[in-house]
Write a protein that binds this ligand. Structure first.
Ligand SMILES: C[S@@+](CC[C@H](N)C(=O)[O-])C[C@H]1O[C@@H](n2cnc3c(N)ncnc32)[C@H](O)[C@@H]1O
Length: 287
């Protein structure tokens, strides 16, 4: 069954503010895979111009579970036509309200019923969202909408996160991890898929040619406020808020206080390096 989270307007606004775009290494991993599988995109396509490979003009990328559009904007820098889709109207509204690009459009729709024709999508992606989908139905849709020789890239960041700042990186990471570990007690059962590095998602992908990369490390430039805001944006924090709002707010305040003390600074705008490990399931559909 699909799991509906991130629906509320408040959550979507926190999301837009604090969630980060796919990091450079993740971007590089996806683009290198496409280069390997699709090669140079030819200046013509079968549908329109009689060639097999898609032409630049026709190349369609779709992001599923796009949230407030961080990943969609990355795709739009590389592909001519990108559609971001999400089940949440509030998330799509945030994405539409953000500074955008002319080659992006957004649609509200479930991952399990994509409003695209059979064999019409060249690249289907999902960033940190697929663990919420009904996998069987989503994979059936992937099989249906992706063109022959089209690709998928389904990634997530994992809970392996660390912070770097001067000579206190170890203590700072411990402070962050302690808060994360508290929040993880409120995590939904679907987070198991993330904890298992998307093994189930990899196994469910019905493409003959596929691989799972589990060691993609990215440094995301952040501030102390950004790190605390990121914690506020995660689904276990939202569950904690519903259960015990005072304790949830005080966890964030305490995390920020401890981070500032550890770093020996007073400003929550102090920059800090936030390191994340991504996993990415990549696949190419057969002929
Ligand atoms: C953790 S957020 C990730 C958002 C964005 N891709 C990012 O990288 O920040 C998960 C997103 O998946 C969406 N979502 C959850 N279940 C969905 C479903 N069944 N179909 C489509 N979108 C879904 C949520 O509304 C939310 O915006």
């Amino acid at each position: 069954m699909a799991t509906q989270m991130f629906e509320g307007r408040g959550h979507a606004a926190v999301y837009q503010k604090y969630r980060f775009a796919p990091g450079r290494e993740l971007q590089r991993t996806i683009l290198a895979y496409l280069q390997e599988k699709v090669g140079r995109i030819r200046p013509g396509c079968r549908a329109k111009h009689g060639f097999f490979l898609p032409c630049w003009e026709c190349y369609l990328s779709v992001e599923v579970g796009c949230g407030s559009g961080q990943g969609t904007r990355f795709l739009a820098e590389h592909f001519p036509k990108v559609v971001g889709t999400d089940i949440s109207e509030a998330q799509i509204q945030e994405a539409r309200d953000a500074p955008s690009m002319p080659n992006i459009s957004y649609l509200v729709c479930p991952a399990e019923e994509l409003p695209f024709g059979d064999a019409s999508v060249d690249l289907l992606t999902s960033f940190t969202a697929a663990h919420w989908f009904d996998l069987e139905k989503f994979m059936r849709e992937a099989q249906r909408v992706v063109k022959p020789r089209g690709c998928v890239a389904i990634s997530t960041y994992t809970v392996d996160m660390s912070l770097r700042y001067g000579n206190c990186s170890e203590t700072l990471t411990r402070v962050f991890r302690e808060s994360w570990d508290l929040l993880l007690k409120y995590s939904h059962a679907r987070i198991k898929l993330v904890l298992e590095d998307y093994k189930e998602i990899f196994e469910a992908l019905p493409f003959p040619d596929k691989k799972r990369v589990t060691d993609i490390f990215d440094s995301i430039p952040m501030t102390v406020a950004g790190v605390v805001g990121y914690l506020e944006s995660v689904s276990p924090y939202q569950a904690f808020m519903k259960n015990d709002p005072e304790a949830a707010k005080s966890l964030l305040q305490e995390t920020e206080k401890r981070m500032l003390e550890t770093m020996g600074v007073s400003s929550r705008e102090t920059p800090v390096e936030f390191w994340v490990r991504h996993v990415c399931v990549l696949g190419c559909k057969g002929q």
